[in-house]
Structure formats: structure tokens, C-alpha cells
Design a protein. Structure first.
Lengths: 397, 524
């Protein structure tokens, strides 16, 4: 195109020179002015473009999430055409692609709205978007700007659990317990007559005055469930054929248990050998036991983005981390299989005064042998081949 | 509105606008053609010719749209030409009156060819044929630019719209050159035989209008080309794109046309004369500054001589009196200088002309890379490119350094100002508006004031540390509150790093504790 214009300008100059036609200069100005100013206009206009993406950065599985792209022309020159392209992860997309051409007047704005479907847990980059434009005559190659991506975390599937029975040795908690050794003095169950040997501390003096004989308070036994979930995400410790399903099931179990424990107002922590795409050393940092919804959200966020890794064996992880956990902590181990070395570590943990629960997720390993070992070490053992089987824990007592 | 409707909407309006622009553009060309005919053939009867050509334009567009290129049989074209020929003949004859037409009609039976193909008819027919051909070609191009639905539905072979856009551009520029040639000839005064006055600027206004409409038409063909690529890539096109496209193209190109028409096209000063004039003006300006400096210096020397008791007789020295003129060598203004307006016009003209030349060269070299590489092999060119690169680099570096120096200066000024409170601290009402540094200073000053009121004033010779020690002895505070507030004050007053919000909060709480002790002390 430029060549055509140059030829035209040369001939026009020749006409101007031969015929001494000064008007030819006006045509020259018009053509050259157009060729120079049209790309300049476009470059200025695109520099004045502001695009903002707004969306909720967290979503639960199955949710539909609206995303708004607000495009604003802050300049005084219009943008004749603007092509907006948004990169969307295929796992979330509800349509083939988002690409639209629109026009923006000076100081004008437009909005593109689309929906994402949270089909799979993970941390997804929404964007970047690309905005490109060119002048009305297509004289330049055009200009393009690229916007930063936003990030969406889709939490793993959470199965609401009701009927979970985990052991604990920590007294003075909020969970009821059948052993009277874990009596909670803040929870008065009933009163009875004093019998010899009762502690004077238990005497309810007001009630004794009313009744006329000594009354003793009876407390409700309770425990505190200090739990740490150990999640095995070592790629090599899952069978090849069921690796993805088993690890995803393990994550779902971990998320569901964390949710259940937090709902019981207990503290929970998470230790995993999975990879964290955000962490510098690519391993997920252990999360210490805490209570509260905010803490649960932290755990879910980690579980949303955690990936398979090969950096640390599960036995090594259990050995390194369980030693630092306090007495009475319940270790919930979620893995694809359990070998003898792992049972050795679990036995050591029991000796340290920690309770251990073993959960096998997926269709890997020799379940019978694992069950036998668990029975031998008196370790509560659960095995789930799929999410439907986890539903057993959903049943109310 | 569905995607398909949006496509139809955009295509329909683009097509309508493109054809309207085509009619206007070719009409402008016809205006030039007829004027040129009148200029060359003064005896030619051009009355109502534009009307005839206008209908020819409409017929050509109509025919191009109605018939299919593949099925355009020779029969239709022959019939079309017979109709055109007859129409032009009837038009040519009827202009002279029905009586003349009837008389000429009778001549056809005797000697058909000479009486039918009169010079007037041949000229009119030539113009009509040219107009028809040009319009048909453009109209065919515009028709080829349609068919968004075919691309969308993938139901046929799409045409290369970029090539068509290029074809339209070629034709537009070629016709523009022809028109420019016509206008150039009409502006000549060197054809005395023609005995025609040269056309005025107003008479050739149609040339600029032709280019304006042509460029807007090009923008629309570009739009059609873009649309095809968008549709092929499944990009959603908003339905309201055509209106803004046409409007902004018209506004932009109209604006450029008006500016181009206002710019000077003549020069009274040649390029070298202009450079000489600019250089002389610069030298004159420098000399003027030098004269002012010399004048100030001699005045200062005279004043100094008064101090030493010498009279101003020095100034009366004829040599000195005459010296400035000799030293300064006052430049003589250029002889017969043009007026400032002529000078400005010449300056603008040469700047624009140089810009055009540089632009053309840069475009040419950018597009033919091999030639550019060959060009760069010559030592002189290498040196020239290196020089340009050095100048560019120096300019960019200089700009960056100046910018950095300016920023640094602004930061320094800001730092100097920050610790100082513009108003007396006591008069400040809202602590929230103060920066953490200012808040630390505020609490320390309040502390000194209150301590002074309690009977423990700070002596002018005391440093903050000395004052702190004396207060600690007087107040006998267990903690290190006074040390804390003094250290915080020293940090806020004498350091440049940012004072954190936590420090200001800490100083506030420290001051509140000290206040209790001061209150106790004042009660005692």
C-alpha cells in the first residue's frame, strides 16, 4: 500500500513541477497528512485505553461466575474499532472464545460480560486480554496492548460430612466423648448427692443450700480434636492407571474433612507433599492447626491449587512433620496406598501420644494387607474407591 | 440482535455508504472532465453534460449490481450499450431543440454515419463511456466486497478482500492523478492559443473533494476487508460499528483536507535563502545578547570607577563610545527582507516539503528491505546512519537524564519540605491529615510545651538527648518513655527514610503515658 502512495506522490510531484501547479501541494499535504496522522491518531487512542476485569476470585465447584471487562477510552480521540480478545481457560469456558470488535467514542466506555463455569478445582489465569486496533485506512500495522491476567481459584468439591468418628487424647475440648476422663468443667451435665471421695471442688454450694444436702456437679466429658491432615500427593505413590482419579479423590476427602472439623469448631492443619504453583520451592508450605472459617478458606485455597509432585516421599513427610506436632494430635493420613515403612512411622507417632487415622483413596495398593496392618497397629482405617463411598460419612448418626 | 443480523446490518450500511461515496467521487471526477473538455474544446456544448454523466454513473452501478459477472452475457452488454448510445444521441440532439433534432433525423436516412456520429456525440459518448467504465470497475469491486454471510456460513469461496481494497486504492490514485493533471492544465497561463483564462482555486475545489470522498471510500473498503477477516476468525462484530466508522472517517479526513487547504503551497524564499535568513537571524540574536552583556559589564565597571573616586569621564572617552559599535559589529538587516507572513509561509512550506521527502524515503526504504541493505553497504551511508543513531541516542539519553535529574530534584524538594510543618503545630486540628513524620514531631513538640508548662522547660542550649536526661531525673519514670519519644523525634527530624505508621502510633501512646506523669508533677 505504501508503494502505491509513493508512486502517486512521485507522479504528483512531477505534475506539480511540469505544470507549476501549486494546488498539487495541497493534495500532497492531504495524502501525506493522512498517512502520518491516521497511525498517530490510532497510537494515541490505544494508549488512552483502560481495561479493567472484575470478577470474584474464588469459586466453589459447579458455580457460574460472571466476569466483566470494562473498557474505557480516557482520551479525547475516538477509537474507530477495537478488537478485544480474552484468553479463557478451556476448563472454565462456557463458549468457544471471547473476541469482539467494537467502537468507542471519546471518553466512552463499553462492557463485555461473560460467564465461567467452575468445573474443576484449580487456580486459573483469566486473561490476559489483548486489545488491538488500527487506523481507518489500515495504513499502519496496527497497535496492540496486553493486559495482565487475573486469577481464579476453584475450591475442590466438599462433601458435607456428619458421621465421622476420629479419636483424640486432648481433653477439655468441645466435642462430646464417652470417656469420663475428658470431663469439661464448663459443661455441667447434672448434679447428684455427694458420696465419700468426691472432690470438694465439685460441690455445688448453692444447690446444696437449696436441697439441704451436699450436691456434686457432674461434668460432660469432652475432647478437643487437634487434627492435622497429611495428604499424599507424590506422583510415584499412586498407581499409574488411577493416578488422577485417586489424587483428586484424596483432595476431596481432605477438603471435606477439613470442612467437617472446622464446622465442629476444632482446629485443623494440613501437611502435603504436593506442589504449589505459587511457592518458590514448589512444595506446599505446611499449614499449622487453627480454627475458624478463615483458616478453612486458607486450606481450601491450598487444596484448590495443589498439584502432584515427586519431591518428597510420603513416609519422609510424615516422619519430618509429625515429630513436631503436640501430644494428643490426631493425624489423618490420606494416601493412595500404605506400605510397611509408613506403618512404622505411624507406630512411632502412636508412641509419641498421637492418634492416627488412615484413609486410602482410590483403587491402588493391596487393601486387604493394609487393613490387616492397620488392625495390627490398632489404627482406624477407611478406604474409599470413589466419592459415592465417602457418602457413608454423610449419614447422620 | 443476533450475530447474523448484526452482520447484515453492517454490510447493508457499508454498501449503501460506499455506493453513495462512489457516486459523489465519480461525479467530482466528471466535473473535472467536463471542465477540462470545456477548456480544451471551447466550442463544445457542455450544457447539462453533468446530468447525463450522473445518470450514466447510476446506470453503471445498477447494471453491475443487477447482473452476475459470470452470467454477464455479451447480449446484455450490447443491449446496454445500444441504450446508452441512443440516450447520449438523443440527449445531444435534444439540447439543440426538437426542430434541429427532427431535421437531423431526416439526414440519417441519406448519410447515416456522418450525420449520426457528429463530433459533439463522439465527445459526449467518449465521456459517457469513460465514466461508465470507471464506475463499473469500482462498482464491481464494491460488489465483491459484499458477502459477509458467505464467509460466516462458509457456504462459498470467499474473495480476497485485501486485494480488492488494493485495487480500489490503485484506481482511486490513478483517477486522482488524471484529475490533478486536468486541474494543472486548467491553471496554466501558457496556452495563449486557447484564449481561456486560467481556472481559479475555487474552480478546482472538486479535486480536493474527490480526494476526500475517495479516502472515505477507501476507509470503507478497508472496513469491508477487516470485516471479512473478523468473520473468518469468528470474532463478534457489534452492529453499531458502521455508523461510527463512516462518521469518524469523514470527520478525520475532512479535517485533514481543510488543514491541507489552509497550508501554504507557495514560497517567496527559496530553500537556501530561507536557511541563510534563519542563520543570519540567529547570529543577530546572539550579537544582541552579547551587546546586552557588554553594556551591563561596562556599566558595572563605571560604577566601580565611581567608588575609586574617578569621574564618569571614562564614559566620555570617544574610543569607548565608539567601541561598542566596532566590537559588536552590529549586523545589517538583510536587504529587502520579506514580510513576516511571507517568511512564515515559506518556512512552513519548506518544513512540510522536507517532511514529505523524508517520509517518502523512509517508507520506501522500510518496504524494500533489500534495497535498504544495499544502501547501507556504502561507507557514507553507514556513517550517516551511525550519526543519526548517535544523535538519536544522545537525545534520548539527554531526555532521560534531564527527566531523572528533574525527578530527583523534586524528591529532594519534597524531602526538605516534609519534616517542616507549614503552620504552627499547635494550630493543627486534624491529626489524621498529618503524615506519620509530622505526627511524631507534633507529639514531641506538645511534650516539650507541656513539660515547660509543668516547670521543666527545655533550655535553648539543650539537645534532645540532654533534655531527655534532665526530664528522666525530674520525673522519675520507671519505663523508658522519654527515651522512646526522643529517639522517635530524632528519627523523624533528622533521617530521610520513611517514618512508619507504627512509630507514630507508638509515640502517641508513649506521649499519653508521659502526660500522666506530667499531670502528677504539676499537681505536686
Amino acid at each position: 500500500m505504501g508503494g502505491q502512495f509513493i508512486f502517486f506522490l512521485l507522479v504528483l510531484l512531477a505534475i506539480a513541477a511540469v505544470l507549476k501547479g501549486d494546488f498539487a501541494f495541497t493534495i500532497l499535504y492531504l495524502i501525506v497528512g493522512t498517512c502520518l496522522l491516521a497511525p498517530l491518531w490510532n497510537r494515541y487512542a490505544i494508549r488512552k485505553l483502560r481495561i479493567q476485569r472484575t470478577f470474584e476470585p474464588h469459586a466453589f465447584l459447579g458455580e457460574y461466575l460472571p466476569v466483566r471487562l470494562q473498557i474505557q477510552n480516557t482520551g479525547i480521540l475516538p477509537i474507530v474499532w477495537l478488537r478485544i480478545r480474552e484468553s479463557i481457560p478451556t476448563a472454565l469456558a462456557t463458549f468457544p472464545k471471547l473476541e469482539e470488535v467494537l467502537s468507542l467514542p471519546p471518553k466512552g466506555q463499553a462492557e463485555l460480560v461473560y460467564k465461567l463455569h467452575a468445573r474443576k478445582r484449580g487456580r486459573y489465569a483469566i486473561g490476559p486480554f489483548f486489545a488491538s486496533s488500527n487506523d481507518v485506512l489500515g495504513l499502519s500495522g496496527g497497535y496492540q496492548i496486553e493486559g495482565a491476567p487475573g486469577y481464579l481459584t476453584v475450591y475442590p468439591y466438599i462433601i458435607p460430612l456428619f458421621n465421622v468418628k476420629f479419636p483424640s487424647r486432648s481433653p477439655l475440648g468441645t466435642l462430646r466423648h464417652h470417656q469420663p476422663i475428658f470431663e469439661d468443667p464448663s459443661r455441667v451435665l447434672s448434679k447428684r448427692d455427694y458420696i465419700a471421695g468426691d472432690s470438694m471442688r465439685r460441690v455445688d454450694w448453692k444447690a446444696s443450700a437449696v436441697v439441704g444436702r451436699l450436691q456434686v456437679k457432674q461434668f460432660e466429658p469432652s475432647i478437643a480434636l487437634e487434627t492435622t491432615i497429611f495428604l499424599n500427593l507424590n506422583r510415584n505413590e499412586y498407581p499409574d492407571q488411577a493416578r488422577i482419579d485417586s489424587t483428586e479423590l484424596a483432595i476431596v476427602i481432605a477438603a471435606s474433612l477439613a470442612n467437617w472439623i472446622i464446622s465442629k469448631k476444632q482446629s485443623v492443619g494440613l501437611v502435603t507433599n504436593g506442589g504449589d504453583p505459587l511457592a518458590a520451592d514448589t512444595l506446599v508450605q505446611p499449614i499449622s492447626s487453627r480454627k475458624g472459617r478463615g483458616h478453612l478458606m486458607n486450606i481450601l485455597e491450598i487444596l484448590a491449587r495443589v498439584q502432584l509432585s515427586e519431591r518428597m516421599a510420603f513416609t519422609e513427610l510424615v516422619r519430618n512433620r509429625s515429630a513436631h506436632l503436640p501430644w494428643g494430635t490426631t493425624l489423618v493420613l490420606i494416601a493412595g496406598q500404605a506400605d510397611e515403612s509408613l506403618f512404622d512411622e505411624l507406630f512411632q507417632a502412636q508412641r509419641r501420644g498421637q492418634d492416627v487415622v488412615l484413609v486410602i483413596a482410590g483403587r491402588g495398593g493391596n487393601l486387604q494387607a493394609t487393613r490387616r496392618h492397620a488392625h495390627y497397629f490398632s489404627i482406624p482405617f477407611f478406604a474409599f474407591r470413589n466419592e459415592a463411598e465417602v457418602n457413608d460419612w454423610r449419614k447422620l448418626e | 440482535m443476533t450475530l447474523l443480523m448484526s452482520l447484515r446490518w453492517n454490510e447493508r450500511w457499508t454498501s449503501l455508504a460506499s455506493h453513495t461515496l462512489l457516486v459523489l467521487m465519480v461525479f467530482c471526477f466528471n466535473l473535472g472532465l467536463v471542465r477540462f473538455g470545456e477548456f480544451i474544446f471551447p466550442a463544445w456544448n457542455s450544457a447539462d453534460m453533468l446530468l447525463l454523466l450522473f445518470f450514466v454513473i447510476l446506470e453503471a452501478i445498477g447494471s453491475s449490481r443487477l447482473i452476475n459477472r459470470e452470467s454477464s452475457s455479451l447480449t446484455y452488454r450490447a443491449a446496454e450499450w445500444v441504450v446508452l448510445l441512443t440516450s447520449v444521441k438523443v440527449f445531444t440532439e435534444l439540447r439543440l431543440g426538437t426542430a434541429v433534432f427532427a431535421e437531423n433525423l431526416s439526414l440519417w436516412s441519406r448519410d447515416f454515419f456522418p450525420s449520426f456520429f457528429t463530433p459533439d456525440l463522439i465527445l459526449n459518448l467518449s465521456m459517457a463511456a469513460f465514466t461508465w467504465a470507471v464506475t463499473s470497475l469500482f462498482a464491481r469491486n464494491l460488489k465483491d466486497l459484499e458477502g459477509d454471510e458467505i464467509i460466516f456460513g462458509n457456504t462459498g469461496m470467499p474473495v480476497d478482500r485485501r486485494a480488492i481494497h488494493s485495487e480500489v486504492l490503485n484506481r482511486f490514485l490513478m483517477l486522482g492523478l488524471v484529475l490533478a493533471f486536468f486541474a494543472g492544465v486548467m491553471r496554466q497561463t501558457r496556452f495563449p492559443l486557447l484564449n481561456r483564462p486560467p481556472a481559479s482555486s475555487g474552480d478546482i475545489l472538486f479535486v480536493f473533494i474527490y480526494f476526500l470522498f475517495g479516502l472515505v471510500l477507501l476507509s470503507l473498503t478497508n472496513f469491508a476487508s477487516q470485516r471479512a477477516s473478523w468473520i473468518a476468525e469468528n470474532v463478534t462484530i457489534r452492529s453499531n460499528l458502521t455508523g461510527p466508522w463512516i462518521f469518524y472517517s469523514l470527520v478525520f479526513l475532512g479535517g485533514v483536507t481543510i488543514v491541507a487547504m489552509l497550508l501554504p503551497t507557495r514560497y517567496t524564499l527559496g530553500f537556501l535563502d530561507l536557511l541563510t535568513y534563519i542563520l543570519k537571524s540567529l547570529v543577530y540574536f546572539c550579537q544582541l545578547i552579547a551587546a546586552v552583556i557588554v553594556y551591563i559589564f561596562t556599566s558595572f565597571i563605571n560604577l566601580l570607577s565611581l567608588l575609586f573616586g574617578k569621574s564618569m569621564a571614562v564614559s566620555t572617552n570617544p574610543n569607548l563610545h565608539s567601541n561598542p559599535n566596532m566590537i559588536l559589529n552590529q549586523p545589517q538587516p538583510p536587504v529587502s527582507l520579506p514580510s513576516w507572513w511571507e517568511f512564515a509561509k515559506s518556512l512552513i512550506f519548506w518544513i512540510l516539503f522536507t517532511t514529505i521527502i523524508v517520509f517518502a524515503f523512509s517508507q520506501y526504504l522500510q518496504r524494500s528491505r533489500r534495497l535498504a541493505e544495499l544502501f547501507l553497504r556504502f561507507p557514507f551511508t553507514k556513517w550517516l546512519v551511525a550519526l543519526i543513531g548517535w544523535l538519536q541516542g544522545t537525545f534520548l539519553r539527554g531526555r532521560k537524564e534531564v527527566g531523572m535529574a528533574f525527578q530527583a530534584a523534586m524528591v529532594r524538594i519534597g524531602r526538605r519540605r516534609t519534616p517542616r510543618l507549614k503552620k504552627p503545630i499547635e494550630n493543627l486540628i486534624s491529626l489524621r491529615r498529618l503524615t506519620p513524620r509530622q505526627r511524631v514531631l507534633f507529639f514531641y513538640h506538645t511534650f516539650i510545651r507541656r513539660a515547660g508548662e509543668t516547670g521543666l522547660p527545655r533550655q535553648p542550649w539543650m539537645t534532645p538527648a540532654e533534655y531527655s536526661r534532665s526530664l528522666e531525673e525530674e520525673l522519675s519514670i520507671d519505663g523508658d518513655e522519654i527515651g522512646t519519644i526522643t529517639d522517635a523525634f530524632n528519627e523523624a527530624r533528622y533521617t530521610r527514610h520513611e517514618v512508619k505508621e507504627e512509630l507514630a502510633t507508638k509515640v502517641k501512646s508513649t506521649w499519653e503515658r508521659i502526660r500522666v506523669f506530667l499531670r502528677v508533677k504539676s499537681r505536686q
